[in-house]
Design a protein around this ligand. Structure first.
Ligand code: SF4
Length: 346
């Protein structure tokens, strides 16, 4: 799984960009302690890539009454989606993407872009509507890929047909929210699906040669670091090529905010988050790209913890603790015994 696609060769772009002229060393050989996204982008696309968040106006079956009217206990979509915060009713996704591309070209001299369908559940649509929507951004010059964020229970066969078709034209990653493999936690946070549904979705994506990135949260209500380590062990045998880690933060206007105000929930400290995150990185496959290490939100939405406001301080602390513990991603990775071929990788 060296190329963020479970070993799957996907096309990289409709608008070819010159590939690297020399082989890029593996991430360990460059002295890194985890397989970071910029390293993957250089390997895959030959240089820096900017991921532009988009809001196509999707809802969510866990909040519109189909599964539930309450959503996940931590969820306030606008708090983690810049695209939804800044969305204009009159601006479609192509216009949003073009605006983002133009700004990055001017400010950063950027050349390569990924259209990130972020806000809401981005496969919660009729297949023909989804296909038209995804197709709309493909023609924008410099587009090297698509990322589509969704729930594991919103990937029926006709939607996978669409994603598979698009993935034959351009690199495509399906970002699936899991958060935890513990079914008691998933019930507690009102996810509306269990771990089996996630496992099944990943395997069905893999059968279509689709790259999968998993979203995980540390510090969910009722969870301990043991639960987080268990989640990493539970996904070890799945063909997942990317992972995003988020610290659980309390956002305004959520069930979690009410629990916090009632004294029934405390977010992790930065120290506990980073130590647990390192434990999780040790258990993650060394071939899995680490796409995110902390959650991001704004003062407008954040209730707690305060340390969440300073992402750079968290990342610096992480690097410091990785060095002090002299450890790295995949150091304790092993496939479950029944499926183990080569055993421990590093
Ligand atoms: S599945 Fe996503 S969009 Fe839906 S309620 Fe949960 S976090 Fe919010």
């Amino acid at each position: 799984m060296n190329q963020h696609g479970g070993g799957i060769a996907q096309p990289t772009s409709l608008h070819p960009i010159t590939p690297p002229s020399h082989p890029i060393a593996t991430w360990r050989a460059t002295g890194r302690r985890y397989y970071n996204l910029s390293h993957f982008y250089r390997q895959k696309f030959g240089g820096a890539v900017w991921k532009i968040p988009l809001d196509a106006g999707f809802g969510c079956p866990n909040a519109d009454g189909t599964l539930s009217r309450f959503g996940c206990t931590f969820c306030n979509v606008a708090s983690f989606s810049p695209a939804r915060r800044h969305r204009s009713e009159h601006e479609d996704v192509v216009a949003q993407f073009l605006r983002g591309v133009a700004k990055l070209r001017q400010q950063r001299k950027a050349e390569r872009f990924i259209a990130y369908f972020q806000a809401g559940t981005n496969t919660y649509a009729e297949p023909n509507e989804l296909e038209a929507l995804l197709h709309g951004v493909l023609e924008v010059p410099g587009t090297v890929g698509l990322a589509v964020g969704t729930r594991p229970d919103c990937l029926p066969s006709d939607i996978l047909d669409v994603l598979e078709k698009i993935s034959r034209k351009i690199w495509l990653s399906v970002e699936i929210g899991l958060q935890s493999s513990n079914n008691a936690t998933l019930r507690r946070i009102n996810r509306g699906h269990d771990f089996t549904v996630f496992r099944d979705a990943v395997l069905r994506c893999h059968a279509r040669k689709l790259a999968v990135c998993v979203h995980l949260m540390l510090g969910l209500p009722g969870e301990t670091p043991d639960d987080n380590r268990r989640t990493l062990r539970d996904i070890a045998d799945l063909p997942i090529s990317g992972a995003k880690f988020h610290n659980t933060y309390v956002s305004k206007d959520t069930t979690l905010a009410r629990l916090y105000q009632a004294g029934l929930y405390q977010p992790l400290t930065r120290e506990t988050y980073v130590e647990t995150l390192i434990d999780c990185l040790e258990l993650l496959s060394p071939d899995c790209v680490v796409e995110r290490l902390t959650a991001e939100t704004t003062d407008e939405f954040l209730v707690a913890p305060d340390w969440c406001r300073d992402k750079n301080a968290t990342l610096h602390f992480l690097e410091k603790r990785l060095a002090e513990r002299d450890t790295w991603q995949g150091r304790k990775f092993a496939l479950p015994v029944a499926d183990s071929g080569s055993g421990c990788v590093s």
